[in-house]
Design a protein around this ligand. Structure first.
Ligand code: ADP
Length: 273
């Protein structure tokens, strides 16, 4: 590993005595570097759509344009504005997740409810992108989960929307739920997309880390999706596993711990239908 850097402080300690305090500042420095990178990334991510937006404004102001052209430019501007909205909303989500612990007190939600929402969003996104993919959504087991519904939903839908976005038209996406022998429950999203080379896997959940910057942009990515997933997973005592083979596809799996699961009551089972 890298050598530990040590800051030495001499503190007056009682009458004429000195206490030598040593402290590893490597972590502090690392945190500072990460903070600076983060600010640079955010600025860059905001500046890009902003530059495009100002460019279009200038065009609209300076050129005589037909009504058709005008509405085309306005649509492109709306797209850039929407991009910035998504970015800001992901940033806020992330800072909430990093800044406060999961509220205590159990809120139980049927997995079927999360699954239904997930399926609806996945199918809608695939349609909007005109991908004609084969989407398969397996049935959620009759269990309830304790946690934040909005956080859990954002984690699950992030994995599904990544699969839809990165898998080309005509590809397949399979979403499966499995109850494991030790009563944990697995949620797995498998796609036939481009796959991810092994060297990227360790860094994939870092904020703004992307394998292919331009492809991520094209597909409307903020680069924050998997960072959000990672935090939600950690906060719920779950695990995230990523298996991927370049040219074949990827599988993203969340394993929920048994302590957060209980069999669904009859009422909640019917409510989810
Ligand atoms: P983004 O908004 O860029 O999709 P994410 O944090 O969700 O950000 O994902 C980080 C990166 O991981 C993506 O830019 C992409 O390179 C890669 N990635 C995520 N999901 C998939 C997938 N299903 N198939 C291939 N690559 C993926």
């Amino acid at each position: 590993g890298r050598p530990m850097k040590v800051a030495v402080h001499l503190h007056p300690y009682g009458e004429g005595r000195k206490l030598l305090l040593t402290r590893d500042i490597t972590g502090v420095e690392q945190a500072e570097v990460m903070r600076r990178d983060f600010v640079a990334n955010v600025s860059h991510e905001i500046r890009t759509p902003l530059t495009v937006l100002t460019g279009f404004v200038e065009t609209l102001q300076s050129l005589p344009l037909s009504a058709d052209e005008q509405s085309r430019y306005l649509a492109l501007m709306a797209q850039q504005a929407h991009r910035m909205q998504t970015l800001v909303s992901d940033l806020l989500t992330l800072s909430r997740l990093e800044g406060s612990p999961l509220p205590g007190g159990a809120e139980w939600t049927p997995l079927a409810l999360l699954a239904a929402q997930c399926e609806q969003e996945g199918r809608a996104l695939s349609d909007v992108l005109g991908k004609a993919q084969q989407l398969h959504f397996g049935t959620a087991p009759p269990f309830e989960i304790a946690g934040s519904v909005s956080e859990l939903l954002s984690a699950l839908t992030n994995l599904v929307s990544n699969a839809v976005r990165y898998t080309p038209a005509g590809g397949a996406i399979n979403v499966e739920w499995t109850v494991l022998p030790d009563n944990r429950i697995e949620f797995c999203v498998r796609d036939t997309g481009p796959g991810i080379a092994p060297q990227h896997l360790p860094r994939l959940t870092e904020r703004f880390y992307r394998v292919d910057r331009s492809r991520s942009r094209e597909t409307g990515g903020t680069g924050l999706g998997l960072a959000i997933v990672k935090h939600v997973v950690q906060r719920h005592g779950a695990e995230l596993h990523i298996d991927s083979v370049v040219g074949t596809g990827s599988a993203f799996t969340i394993v929920f711990p048994a302590v957060r699961l209980r069999p669904a009551t009859v009422e909640s089972r019917t409510a989810a239908l």
